[in-house]
Ligand binder design. Structure first.
Ligand SMILES: Nc1ncnc2c1ncn2[C@@H]1O[C@H](COP(=O)(O)OP(=O)(O)OP(=O)(O)O)[C@@H](O)[C@H]1O
Ligand SMILES: [Mg+2]
Length: 307
């Protein structure tokens, strides 16, 4: 098994006037070559912060307090120079965002965007651009168009082309279909899937839609309030965490949509809302790994704790 990316003990805080407020707490996960790894959690649970930490692009008001982000055989991203990081971003790891319109410059044509996205200085860049456009199902003449002349679906295809053009090892897609209608969503999802199959690209797919994650993901990580609550395989595991069971509809318990941000580590992050809570949940709950690839942060369903 080749691990393309490994996140080790990652903790991120927001710098406030007098204190640091935790945003991500001791995240551990890895993504395998060719894997679609989904990150699911409600708004504010820290999904985007995790994605931005991976390419070291978190907001200035955030601080990575501990952790390592190991990229294949390139070492720890968090220790890389800005120059090295610039070559890693786009070339080895690309990102696709929710709102493609916001990332395309209205003053430049699509052709210019694609040329800019290409990191290599190759003489046959035009052939590569033409080929990438074909790959994402866009007409060649779209190169002369400006972003505002495109539909949301076309703009997202352009973003995918820009993400794809350097043949990265990992594509991070942060809610790439949230702004799109149902039909366009299906087309974009099938496009991403085809790309993955053809190039064996790994994908970190972020969504709040558990049904979509169950459809496309090989493993799913559930986040709540900056904590990883469960990682499970979609093909064989039945998720056990009370929060996951609510998300998947196997538990009928109702919870509000607002995440309580955890103030202390001495209690399960989901305690306030958990329909299965017990007294023993009022202690620091570790992430119990079941095997290398799956695990759970729950004292009721966890097994041998590992650090
Ligand atoms: N630029 C920022 N400045 C200050 N706080 C921020 C900033 N971006 C995010 N946060 C805070 O960090 C926490 C995690 O946010 P994040 O955007 O990572 O969540 P998310 O899971 O991606 O949510 P969503 O599903 O809404 O995209 C939230 O409490 C949010 O309010
Ligand atoms: Mg987000």
């Amino acid at each position: 098994m080749t691990k393309i990316l490994e996140v080790k003990n990652l903790s991120v805080s927001r710098i406030e006037k007098t204190k640091l407020s935790p945003i991500l707490n001791d995240i551990n996960l890895f993504i395998k070559k060719g894997e679609v790894f989904c990150l699911v959690g409600e708004s504010g649970s820290g999904k985007t912060t995790l994605a931005l930490s991976i390419i070291k692009l978190i907001p200035k008001s955030f601080k990575i307090s501990t952790g390592q982000i190991i990229l294949d055989n390139f070492g720890d991203i968090l220790k890389m120079s800005e120059k090295k990081l610039r070559s890693i971003r786009g070339e080895k790891i690309s990102m696709i965002f929710q709102d493609p319109g916001a990332y395309l410059d209205p003053l430049f044509t699509i052709g210019v965007h694609l040329r800019e996205a290409l990191h290599r200085n190759t003489a046959d860049y035009q052939t590569l651009i033409n080929q990438t456009l074909r790959e994402v199902g866009l007409e060649q003449n779209i190169q002369n168009a400006y972003p505002h002349q495109l539909s949301g679906g076309q703009q997202q295809r352009v973003m995918i082309a820009m993400a794809l053009i350097n043949n990265p090892a990992l594509i991070i897609a942060d809610e790439p279909t949230t702004a799109l209608d149902v039909l366009t969503t299906q087309q974009i999802i099938s496009l991403l899937n085809n790309i993955r199959l053809k190039y064996n690209t790994s994908m970190l797919f972020i969504t709040h839609d558990i049904d979509l994650a169950l459809k496309i993901g090989m493993r799913i990580a559930i986040m709540y309030s900056g904590y990883l609550m469960e990682i499970f395989k979609t093909c064989m595991d039945t998720p056990l965490h009370p929060y996951t069971k609510i998300l998947t509809g196997t538990s009928q318990a109702k919870i509000g949509t607002i995440t309580d941000r955890q103030k202390t580590d001495d209690i399960c992050p989901f305690f306030a809302k958990c329909p299965e809570k017990e007294l023993r949940c009022k202690q620091k709950i570790p992430f119990f790994w079941k095997d290398d690839e799956t695990g759970i942060r729950c004292i009721k369903y966890g097994r041998t704790p590992t650090v």
